[in-house]
Ligand binder design. Structure first.
Ligand code: PCA
Length: 156
């Protein structure tokens, strides 16, 4: 089992959320809402409007997202789906828990305000202009930026 912090299209209400709950891909359990303890730029880039967290701590916002507990099969699915290591790298990030909902067996229930760690998918590399793009505290594909995510199945 692994803990994964999602901040983009895998969040609840976002276009790839359902993939984490497709039992053919493995098992997922929601644990908590959280935000990064450090600031990072979260930008939307590429012609498919893909959200990327850039590994530039101290710049941008403390990014909001959700922590999920996934089994090994789901972790491998997500790595493949996020094109690790070409597009994203899966790395550990420090998080502040906002609301802990899951009650994972044998695990401490983390209270609001407590610090935890989870895997996150960060951009493997980025174009020079990405860090100066508008950056978001909380990603929403359908937000007023108008940069709706283009789902895999609709790409050319
Ligand atoms: N999927 C991953 C990384 C960016 C994306 O769209 C996530 O939601 O965390």
């Amino acid at each position: 089992m692994a803990h994964v912090f999602v901040y983009g299209t895998l969040k609840k209400g976002q276009p790839n959320f359902y993939r984490m709950f497709d039992r053919a891909n493995g098992k997922t359990e929601f644990l908590a809402s959280a935000c990064t303890t450090q600031k990072y730029p979260l930008v939307i880039a590429s012609k498919y409007n893909i959200p990327f967290l850039l590994n530039i701590p101290g710049q941008g916002h403390r990014v909001q997202g959700e922590i999920y507990k996934v089994d090994y099969q789901m972790l491998k699915f997500l790595d493949a789906f996020e094109k690790v290591p070409t597009m994203y790298q899966r790395t550990l990030v420090e998080l502040e828990v906002k609301e802990w909902v899951g009650e994972a067996e044998g695990e401490e229930r983390a209270s609001a305000g407590s610090i935890t760690k989870a895997f996150v998918y960060i951009a493997t590399e980025y174009q020079p202009d990405w860090p100066s793009r508008p950056n978001y505290e909380s990603y929403d594909s359908y937000g007023d930026h108008g940069l709706e995510y283009v789902i895999r199945e609709a790409r050319d």
